[in-house]
Design a protein around this ligand. Structure first.
Ligand code: FAD
Length: 555
């Protein structure tokens, strides 16, 4: 029988092993895992710390005994693979409990070694009260610290999804939590205006959010950590969670002479084979093709790792299945909001030198999670990027409810190479508790088509701000508020003209046709309707403020 050795026993490794067993009953399959646990729920770790997941056992999805008894897979935990000798098709293993070093031969070798949190050489970073969260023992250490030392405050360094999940869970444990992020926004996969909704919500929940500032040094005074920031500001805290990104666990691959990319990711072909025959790799450690750009990139997520693992197992037993790339579909819960993204964001498009309203277009809309008349409807903010042919380049959604299904609908459409025109046609399940007869995803399609056909033009918050600040353009535009009197008393863009949307049919001739007209209301619906009136009355340059003042005010 053939023998497949798998290095790494969590997402990619465990899935490869069980799928292999289902495909080939006679194959000898051995998993080597340097940690004490296999197949654990890394994604669930923050929720165990916060007490949402109560049982530690629930995190251990499959135990080595189950793998052995149910799947006849030989699982060796506390076993680190320290060397690959490709010429002899052999690996060297160190038993971390006994210190024994031995060799094992293979027909196929799978690297599913994952990634590890980055720990930069910041002075003072190595301390008992500075943690990273990646494994079950990491979790145990944090949990024990919380129980034994009863810290009152915590600082999370890094505003990615793991950092924010930790912030929420530590806050739920009653700690005062600071989040320190070097960039000017949290959740890098979404654009600033979307992240800003998250910022507001974090602050509303009592978090101390520090943006645009990095850590210079950790000073220790007894059990207290004083974090010195690059700005010179200090944050005092009882514990720190570092969550500033990951790097691929590529030491073995490097040693074996496998081809790597600049970030250290293992290069694989479409069939997940590395540069050396009979050695394959999956998961966080590999470089993938971005599904939209077709560029090479690293996307460390659990879904892709599992999909690659299944494809690889099938290929090992003789299929020839391609892994067609990763879209980076992701979702996270941050306090009251869910934040989701897929594909490219606008920051990336700009960095690629793409020009708005030329190379790409933006639909940014505000919708309800379900029919407004049914109780519990909450706002959804959706942003979609697409090109002139209607190809969807990416999407982002923030809201309290129904975010996940909308991002999945977008991701599915993108994966099937659908366009904005297909979004309009999607027939999605509807009853008042769930959605509207025109689902927010349909609405994205409608708005996108209107944009491409020139039936509406949008201006976003930053473009309006730039315009308002530009004295030289002062006489070239009119800002038109189409809200009701009461709303205008709450907020009005300075120097705007007021014509409630219901009066636009009768009062449009008060406006100067030679000027650009920028209409706004609270979410963008009434202003769009009024804009259509103006366009049909012969106004040539009419723009609607995306998502209206509800959004604009928050920036
Ligand atoms: P891993 O699952 O990390 O497994 C790699 C294993 O290989 C490790 O156990 C390691 O000990 C072992 N190993 C490495 N080198 C050796 C060696 N030389 N010898 C033996 N063993 C070795 N992704 C999502 O999509 N959604 C989420 O909500 C999400 N939440 C997350 C939350 C947390 C706290 C963490 C840590 C990760 C989260 N992820 C999430 C990311 C997801 O867990 C990873 O993308 C996924 O586990 C990658 O699978 P993998 O098999 O490549 O690596």
């Amino acid at each position: 029988a053939k023998k497949t050795l798998i290095v790494g026993g969590v997402a990619g490794g465990a899935t490869t092993a069980t799928r292999l067993r289902r495909r080939d009953d006679s194959m000898e399959i051995v998993i080597f895992e340097r940690g004490d646990y296999i197949s654990y729920a890394n994604c669930g770790l923050p929720y165990y710390i916060g007490g949402v997941i109560e049982s530690r056992d629930a995190l251990l999805v499959t135990k080595p005994e189950v793998m052995r008894d149910r799947f006849h897979i030989d699982v060796r935990v506390s076993s680190e693979v320290t060397k690959i000798i490709p010429e002899e098709k052999k690996i060297e293993v160190t038993n971390k409990k006994t210190g024994e070093v031995y060799e094992e031969t293979y027909d196929n070798l799978v690297l599913a070694t994952g990634s590890s949190p980055i720990k930069p050489p910041i002075p003072g970073i190595n301390a008992d009260n500075i943690f990273t969260l990646w494994t079950v023992p990491d979790t145990d250490r944090i949990k024990a610290y919380l129980t034994e030392k009863k810290p009152r405050s915590a600082a999370v360094i890094g505003g990615g999804f793991i950092g924010l999940e930790m912030a929420e869970n530590l806050h739920a444990e009653g700690l005062e939590v600071s989040v320190i992020e070097m960039q000017s926004q949290v959740m890098a996969p979404v654009d600033p205006e979307m992240a800003n909704l998250v910022h507001e919500n974090m602050i509303m929940n009592g978090l101390n959010l520090i943006l645009g500032d990095g850590v210079k040094e950790f000073h220790h005074k007894g059990n207290t950590i004083q974090i010195e920031l690059t700005s010179g500001n200090m944050v005092e805290t009882d514990m720190v969670i570092l969550s500033i990104g990951v790097r691929p666990n590529n030491e073995l691959a490097k040693q074996a002479g496998l081809a790597l990319n600049q970030k250290g990711g293992v290069l694989v072909d479409d069939y997940l084979q590395t540069s050396i025959p009979d050695i394959y790799a999956v998961g966080d450690v590999i470089e993938v093709t971005h599904y939209v750009t077709k560029d090479k990139t690293m996307i460390p997520l659990a879904g892709p790792a599992n999909k690659q693992a299944r494809i690889l197992a099938d290929n090992i037993v003789g299929d020839k299945k391609k892994y067609n790339g990763t879209l980076g579909t992701a979702v996270a819960k941050v306090f009251d909001l869910d934040v989701a993204s897929v594909g490219l964001n606008e920051k990336q498009l700009k960095a690629m030198g793409k020009v708005k309203n030329q190379d790409y277009f933006v639909a940014l809309i505000n919708q309800k999670s379900h029919a407004g008349y049914y109780p519990g409807a909450t706002p959804l903010t959706l942003k979609m990027l697409f090109d002139g042919e209607g190809k969807i380049l990416g999407g982002q959604i923030v809201g309290q409810d129904g975010v996940d299904k909308r991002i999945d609908t977008l991701a599915t459409t993108m994966r099937l190479d659908g366009t904005i025109y297909q979004l309009e046609e999607l027939e999605l399940a509807y009853a008042p508790p769930f959605s509207s007869a025109k689902d927010p995803v349909n609405m994205l399609g409608y708005v996108a088509e209107n944009i491409l056909r020139g039936q509406v033009k949008f201006i976003d918050w930053s473009e309006l701000d730039t315009l308002l600040a530009d004295e030289s353009k002062k006489n070239s535009y009119t800002v038109l508020d189409v809200t009701e009197e009461m709303e205008r008393m709450v907020f009005a863009v300075p120097n705007s003209i007021h014509i409630p949307s219901g009066q636009i049919h009768d009062r449009w001739n008060e406006l100067d046709k030679n000027k650009m007209i920028i209409l706004y209301c609270t979410i963008g619906v009434r202003s769009y309707n009024a804009a259509r009136v103006l366009i049909q009355k012969g106004f040539k340059d009419v723009s609607v403020l995306s998502c209206g003042t509800s959004f604009y005010k928050s920036m």
